[in-house]
Design a protein around this ligand. Sequence first.
Ligand code: FHN
Length: 455
Amino acid sequence: MRKANIFVLLATLLLLIFNCSSPTKDYLNESEDAKSERMAWWDDAKFGMFIHWGLYAVPAGEYKGEKVSGIGEWIMNSLEIPISEYEQFAREFNPVKFDAEEWVSIAKEAGMNYIIITAKHHDGFCLWDSDYTEWDIMGATPFGRDILKELADACENAGIRLGFYYSIMDWYHPYAQGIFEPKYNQWANDERSNPNFELYIENYMKPQLKELLTNYGDIGVLWFDGEWIPDYTSEMGKDIYNYLRNIKPDLIVNNRVDKGRQGMDGMNKEGDFAGDFGTPEKQIPATGIPGEKWESCLTMNDTWGYKHFDHNWKSSKTLIHDLIDIASKGGNLLLNVGPTAEGLIPAPSIERLKAMGQWLEVNGEAIYGVDPSPVDRPEWGRYTVKDNRIYSHVFDWPADGKLSLQGITDIKRAWLLSDSSRSSVPITDNTAGISLQLPLIAPDTVATVIVLERK
Ligand code: FHN
């Protein structure tokens, strides 16, 4: 046998031995108990910070005098900015006011328990020092600091879990389904696909995901997006899910790792595998997603990425009611901030987060670790449940102080959660449930919580 053939044979044998020595586990059919144990911290957390930050903060929604009407992080596509021009934003990106400790402190003070940041959004730009591209914070900008490393360290110091958003769609990588690749312009022809897309997945996306899971501490969540592109398949999604779980078995992965856009209820409609949780976006499912884990991701104004002229801010009252509504239906709230190109979270966002944190400081017991309401929501507010307590979140306080709770029975005692002395609130049983005689003035005009202790 010629030496060359012997070499090939030996190389093949080594390859087989190596592959056999690291068997991969199939996590697609994990038991519900194992999944519940893995997701226990996420279930209890209830409230997280979404951070959309990247080069799109430089134009901040406006380019060459034209304002985008849509979401700010899509400006490259919305205004069809050629890659050669878009790269200028990287040369300008120098967020000298970025302070990871400050961002984490803002999240913690708001009562948030985890942070999900756009490690790589659709423009392909990487907020970390990647070995697989120079289109990243270290190679393309004057900033010269690894943003994700600083954020990971700050999260670890503060005891807040960190997760990464990663866009499968990539407008920059030549092997991805690029909107700005003339041959593969998916907007012109959905049928057209990129013959090298699988190389993008195997030789770029997977190695980058491994970087993110092994170089930045105990990452809790991989939050995929951009899965709707024609080149991406459900089989790829299942393979990537197993690839990630074999790197980090306790990792939590959202439903967008699989093909198909999340439907109105936040679960995949096309793919037959829905990751670990559903992701209703800019919406709260009317009745939650019974039997599923889910997280509504919401903006505070109308954009994810910073737009200097988007001042359509929701009130803190609305945001607190959204958090309560979501918790009462068994979901998590991932609430977005879009920092500026300087690295600052906009003041209106901070103002609202402070108000949410102050409310949670008093009422967090009625949100963290709760289960969904056992009865239909009342017209005056919402219910959450934990152990032998039902929490009544009253949005609309009765003028005469008499509150009717339909369908609620077997209550031993009731008190205002904000009352440290736990003075009993008078209860009257009736055929439809119970009535409470409350003070005439609501202790908290946004939402007052009454604790109902079951017999
Ligand atoms: O296209 C993205 C969008 O920019 C943003 O990241 C949201 C947030 O979940 N997800 C996609 C739109 O569904």
